[in-house]
Design a protein around this ligand. Structure first.
Ligand code: G16
Length: 559
């Protein structure tokens, strides 16, 4: 860096001093804290994004959001050139600069990193960053902090894309770097046209099936997703969607609403109740990167039947598998390509879902929590389907498989036009355009679920019957320092503090079909406990007992 650049950085960073006595850590999905202490962190992430853009000579994204967290929190996620999460290789640098005590120390760290990573300040292309934010009241000021961070790198350009869902920003970054049109309207156009294509390919005998209750009611978590879904809905004639808990309504973001609440508590979100009995419902989270479905059984109070990320994954897997089997009928064809289909889950996946998927003959892989890990694993396959039970996931198609599909669908349309194999190729191509290739996306997820249910001729009840979840319970435990919990084996085993795993094992062994693990959250200041057992009562008791053990080991109060 030249002297001019150094003084630019020193000047602007002196306006964003770090809060005293706080250590901020890069977590499961970037930095996330109370919004009042985040401006220096977001400013510094702006610098980091500009450096990443220079190094990769590509457009980078910065999204201001704390997703499922409470409204007073905020956070920042970075989208890499392919639209995915920031390369894990850069996370330690993110941590270091977020906590550099003074502008001078910040400058020193940046200088060292620039040298180590050989970041070109005289590259052909200046840094270019797309900035987005969700609906949180703190978003505007934090976006300005990010903008100032970006522009403290000489020549860097920051474009404010406005209020967006997180997956929209990731989609735009990916599209820009692929040289395709990348506005919000382009996003809506791509989703709606690929959805229509899939609707047109529904087998005629099934398109008349009326067993799926027409209307879908969506809980928007009082966040950005509801308003965006309303815009998308205007482009779709075939769907009857009612949106509740949109950011335009009165309610508080993620407060008794949204995918995280619905999935963890298994009760109706605010604005839903017995009047909705039997209707197909869905819940988005605060930045619309997660999706779960549910329905209210008749004569219930607030309890729901949850159709979570594992069931969405199973539905997608069945559909993709069916299309691949149509293509595979013609194994004798020239250039035949047997697609490798892989499934990725985390330890939170209900044991019944994993058994179901394995029973279908599918390859199931496990990673730690966090889409950055699942996405990376899924990208190893021709088609990789990943989902967390909390509803965060997508389907990835490899470039080479897409190319093969394009060639194959052209061959088929000139030869056996209208064949099942041709339709299957066209469906897979449409799915690859509908479902977000950058990150889990609740809006594209809703459209894909809706079209697959129609394709199958299934109601939500039929879908939910694919397999029966083992009863489970998730709890949060407040601890003095959650970083003292260290796990291994995709978070299924506690390595530290010593002795904790042994007592968890002894407790779990008391329960039929018992399974239990604990891990530190990367987005909230808690340790999470997950338990499964043969009855709900047993799962609840196991989770509570293990929460108490965590409390004993780490000195805390469970909630
Ligand atoms: C983020 C991550 C997810 C993760 C969730 C909870 O979701 O993107 O992969 O499952 O946090 O993580 P943890 O259990 O570590 O708190 P979101 O939707 O909040 O961005």
């Amino acid at each position: 860096m030249n002297k001019e650049q150094e003084s630019l950085l020193l000047n602007s960073s002196s306006r964003f001093l770090i809060p005293q006595g706080v250590k901020i850590s890069y977590g499961t999905a970037g930095f996330r804290e109370d919004a009042s202490i985040l401006s220096s962190t977001v400013y510094r992430v702006g610098i980091l994004a500009a450096l990443r853009s220079l190094q990769t000579q590509s457009v980078i994204g910065v999204m201001i959001t704390a997703s499922h967290n409470k409204v007073s929190d905020n956070g920042v996620k970075i989208a890499d050139p392919n639209g995915g999460m920031l390369s894990q290789h850069w996370e330690p640098f993110a941590d270091a600069i977020a906590n550099a005590p003074s502008p001078q120390q910040l400058l020193q760290l940046i200088n060292e990193f620039v040298e180590k990573e050989k970041i070109p300040f005289d590259g052909i292309r200046p840094a270019e960053i797309l900035l987005g934010r969700d609906t949180r009241p703190s978003g505007d000021a934090l976006l300005e902090a990010a903008r100032q961070g970006v522009t403290s790198i000489a020549g860097a350009v920051a474009s404010d894309m406005g209020i967006l869902t997180t997956p929209q920003l990731h989609w735009m970054v990916r599209a820009r770097n692929k040289g395709i049109k990348a506005s919000e309207q382009d996003y809506f156009d791509q989703l709606s046209s690929s959805f229509r294509c899939l609707m047109d390919l529904i087998p005629t005998e099934r398109s008349k099936f009326d067993g799926i209750n027409g209307k879908l009611v969506v809980d928007g978590a009082n966040g950005v997703g509801g308003a965006k879904l309303k815009i998308l809905h205007k482009l779709l004639n075939d769907l009857d969607i009612e949106v509740r808990n949109s950011s335009e309504d009165e309610g508080v973001l993620n407060d008794g609403v949204g995918a995280d609440f619905v999935q963890k508590e298994k009760v109706v979100p605010r604005g839903f109740g017995s009047k909705d009995a039997g209707i197909r419902c869905a819940s988005l989270d605060g930045d619309a990167d997660r999706l779960v479905y549910f329905y209210v059984p008749p004569e219930t109070n607030a309890q729901i039947d949850l159709v979570d990320g594992d069931k969405i994954l199973s539905l997608f897997a069945l559909f993709i598998r069916e299309q691949l089997s149509f293509l595979n009928e013609k194994e004798a064809i020239k250039n035949y390509h047997k697609a490798r289909l892989g499934i990725v889950q985390t330890a939170y996946a209900n044991g019944a879902s994993t058994n179901y998927l394995k029973h279908l003959g599918l390859e199931v892989n496990f990673t730690p929590t966090g889409v950055k890990y699942l996405h990376e694993k899924a990208a190893e396959f021709d088609i990789g389907i990943y989902f967390e039970a909390n509803g965060h996931g997508t389907i990835l198609f490899s470039e080479s498989f897409i190319e093969w599909l394009e060639v194959r669908s052209n061959e088929l349309s000139s030869g056996s036009k209208g064949s099942e194999a041709e339709k299957a190729a066209l469906r897979l191509l449409a799915v690859s355009k509908l479902i977000n290739q950058a990150v889990g996306d609740a809006l594209s997820g809703v459209l894909l679920v809706e079209v697959i249910l129609r394709h199958m001729g299934w109601s939500i009840h039929k879908w939910n019957e694919l397999y029966h979840d083992l009863p489970s319970r998730q709890l949060k435990v407040k601890v003095a320092d959650r970083t003292t919990v260290v796990t291994a084996n995709a978070e299924t085993v506690v390595v530290r503090p010593p002795g904790l795993q042994e007592v968890i094992n002894a407790e779990t062994a008391k329960y039929t079909q018992g399974r239990c693990f604990v891990r530190p959250s990367g987005t909230e200041d808690v340790v999470r406990v997950y338990a499964e057992a043969s009855t709900q009562e047993a799962a609840d008791t196991l989770a509570n007992s293990v929460a108490k053990l965590v409390d004993q080991f780490l000195g805390c109060n469970s909630s």
